[in-house]
Ligand binder design. Structure first.
Ligand code: TXA
Ligand code: MG
Length: 347
């Protein structure tokens, strides 16, 4: 159960003055939710152990799941971590943007931020409000996604209010997140070798085109075994799971259309559905994902769609298409697999 303790300030389309107030709160060890281009982040000073502990309490997050630190500029990373030529090349290409890089941490970053690890994950968001907030605060901001632990990440301030009202000191409302899925996480292993720990909008294809050799951490596509510790500790937790049982449909668009056509109309069953299938499904409960040919729009819509499933108590089962793993499709594939607890029906 949630305990409402705080009077959460909500700043809609925040002015520079509002952002300065939020930055002051962060400097005073308080919790501020802010928009980024990926999802909303639940921020606190990354230099303050007590502030970091408040993030875990507000989210209900296990303390071994480390936080990403957010910086105004890629160059700032050298204050908090040991940077490398690989980091510099990634930063030149993709920062600011939806990329997180895991680096050996310096002593100023407390272990409570890194879940006890001697590495720290670094990200430079491109969202103008996030950037202004980081500039104004002039400290690194530790920020996980602003959802309650286990829920889909928040892509609007309304989602944040649903999960976090009364649990945080302020929310900066910057409208809908542009991308809608969390950042790509990379662990550098050499000058050009990186391990992909979490797929996002910086894709394997983009990295390979730029001369990187990418190894896919198996936790991205496979269920971690019990007692196994994935390289990104967060990948072992069930995430994004709607209350209804979720089942992924592995087949062509025609297979899925046929499956839906034959399925009896049943108000306890919903389908996350591509635009192209909507007209072919009889009287089914449908939640829109966007066009099959627009995976960026599907990424933008996915977490909202999962929250819509939760808002309809009558839905007990939800089917969704298993996407292709190319480009941003891999990120959709990873999030949907986790949401479904790896349950896939082969058509
Ligand atoms: O797009 C994003 O990355 C968003 C926005 C707010 O920046 N943040 C986000 O944070 O998704 P969170 O806490 O929900 O996910 C962070 C992931 C977790 O899976 C965590 O285990 C991993 O990053 N992580 C953090 N520090 C790490 C480290 N030192 N080594 C390996 N994985 C790490
Ligand atoms: Mg998260």
């Amino acid at each position: 159960m949630k305990v409402n303790q705080l009077n959460t300030l909500i700043f809609k389309n925040p002015s520079q003055d509002d952002i300065n107030k939020a930055a002051e709160l962060l400097r005073a060890g308080k919790l501020v939710v802010f928009p980024t281009e990926t999802v909303y982040g639940l921020g606190a000073s990354a230099l303050d152990e007590t502030a970091a502990a408040r993030i875990y309490a507000a989210k209900g997050r296990p303390s071994d799941n480390p936080l990403i630190i957010h910086l105004a500029k890629a160059n700032d990373a050298s204050k908090y971590a040991d940077i490398s030529p690989c980091y510099e090349k990634l930063a030149d290409l993709f920062m600011p943007g939806p990329l997180t890089v895991v680096l050996p941490k310096k002593d100023c970053i407390p272990f409570s931020v890194t879940g006890g690890l001697d590495t720290v994950a670094v990200r430079v968001p491109s969202h103008p409000i996030a950037h202004k907030l980081l500039e104004a605060a002039s400290i690194p901001i530790a920020a996980p996604s602003a959802n309650r632990s286990g829920r889909p990440s928040c892509t609007t301030a309304e989602h944040v209010i649903e999960d976090m009202n009364g649990m945080v000191d302020a929310i900066l409302d910057g409208g809908e997140s542009d991308l809608g899925l969390e950042s790509t996480i990379l662990l550098p292993r050499g000058d050009k070798e990186v391990v992909l720990l979490r797929p996002g909008a910086i894709t394997i294809e983009m990295l390979t085109e730029n001369g990187f050799e990418v190894t896919l951490d198996k936790a991205v596509t496979e269920k971690p075994k019990e007692n196994e510790k994935p390289l990104a500790p967060g990948m072992k937790y069930r995430h994004y799971a709607p209350k209804a049982q979720m089942i992924l449909l592995d087949g062509t668009l025609d297979d899925i259309a046929e499956f839906m056509r034959q399925y009896p109309d049943d108000p306890s069953v919903a389908f996350l559905c591509y635009d192209e299938l909507k007209s072919k499904t009889g009287n089914k409960k449908i939640i829109n994902l966007g066009s099959v040919s627009d995976p960026l729009l599907q990424a933008h819509n996915l977490f909202h769609a999962l929250r819509c499933v939760d808002q309809d108590d009558s839905i007990k089962t939800v089917y969704a298409p298993l996407p292709d793993q190319e480009n941003i499709g891999l990120a959709l594939y990873n999030r949907l697999l986790k949401a479904a607890g790896y349950t896939v029906k082969k058509l």
